[in-house]
Design a binder for this molecule. Structure first.
Ligand SMILES: Nc1ncnc2c1ncn2[C@@H]1O[C@H](COP(=O)(O)OP(=O)(O)OP(=O)(O)O)[C@@H](O)[C@H]1O
Length: 271
């Protein structure tokens, strides 16, 4: 792969997104420029409603920009595809299928035409093993915990062997301990698979722990990238060791300053 393709794997060039609403046009994003290298982990952070999901959906190809262009691996992003798998906050599993079947569905869609049934089964099992859920393959979503459901969602995304993993607050609905455990698992999985990841989060500690760079977005309307912080902490990262690491605390403070001083959320109106 040539140098340009590696360092400029995802390119968001002058992207804007305007929505038509009952009250007229709403400019959600304006003039977004972002380049993500292959194998890089980028976190998108910003206040609620600033446009993080809108940007992620554009990279996923689920929506098209009103202005500008998005490129992945030298090709324009013209729609969703298995190269860019998405993990949503609410896992979006099919409740009537087992964990195995939920993952297998994705595997079949991507590799079904080229591989044998045994190969598809092996891929599905490998993905569930990767997230530590081999033992729960026969259970349905209603029979497992929220953290396990989220892991099935991650297994389903990884089973497609995507070039890019797009995650929209994947741990947002989980309790703090489960969330920490899944963050640690994700660190290991990403190190093993060398995935390129773009993750939306509200959580400053999550962003600093996981990301190579933190993209901080200004408040909307017409949100844009306010600042990009290079985290620069060596990997593998351990949350326990980082808790007292001066570089970690420095990054954390930089993001908090941005969010609560320079992009302070609008004060709530009195009822
Ligand atoms: N389809 C749509 N039509 C109209 N407005 C939309 C649409 N999608 C998003 N918006 C608006 O665009 C803005 C950005 O929304 P988006 O969901 O991307 O924000 P976010 O930063 O992901 O928020 P949160 O952190 O709360 O999930 C919001 O003001 C939202 O109301």
């Amino acid at each position: 792969m040539n140098e340009n393709l590696t360092s400029r794997y995802i390119q968001v060039q002058g992207v804007g997104q305007t929505f038509k609403t009952a009250n007229g046009s709403f400019v959600a994003l304006e003039d977004i420029h972002l380049t993500v290298a292959k194998g890089e982990f980028v976190a998108l952070i910003g206040h609620s409603g600033c446009g993080k999901s809108t940007l992620l959906n554009l990279i996923a190809g689920l929506t098209r920009p009103t202005r500008g262009s998005l490129i992945c691996a030298n090709r324009e992003i013209a729609g969703p595809g298995p190269q860019r798998a998405v993990v949503f906050q609410n896992h979006s599993l099919l409740p009537w299928l087992t964990c195995f079947e939920n993952v297998h569905l994705a595997v079949e869609r991507v590799f079904g035409a080229a591989e044998t049934r045994a190969q598809l089964k092996a891929r599905t099992e490998a993905a569930l093993d990767l997230v530590g859920l081999g033992h729960a393959a026969a259970r349905r979503p209603g029979e497992i915990s929220g953290g396990m459901k989220q892991r099935v969602g991650i297994a389903r995304a990884l089973s497609m062997q995507p070039q890019v993993l797009l995650m929209d607050e994947p741990f947002g609905a989980l309790d703090a301990l489960t969330r920490a455990r899944l963050q640690d698992e994700l660190l290991q999985i990403v190190a093993a698979t060398r995935s390129t990841v773009v993750m939306v989060t509200h959580d400053v500690d999550e962003a600093v722990l996981l990301a190579d760079r933190i993209v901080m977005m200004t408040n909307g309307p017409a949100a844009t990238i306010g600042e990009i912080l290079s985290v620069g902490l060596p990997r593998p990262r351990s949350r326990v060791a980082l808790a007292e690491d001066a570089r970690y605390l420095h990054c954390r403070k930089a993001v908090i300053d941005f969010l609560y001083t320079r992009q302070a959320p609008a004060p709530k109106l009195a009822a």
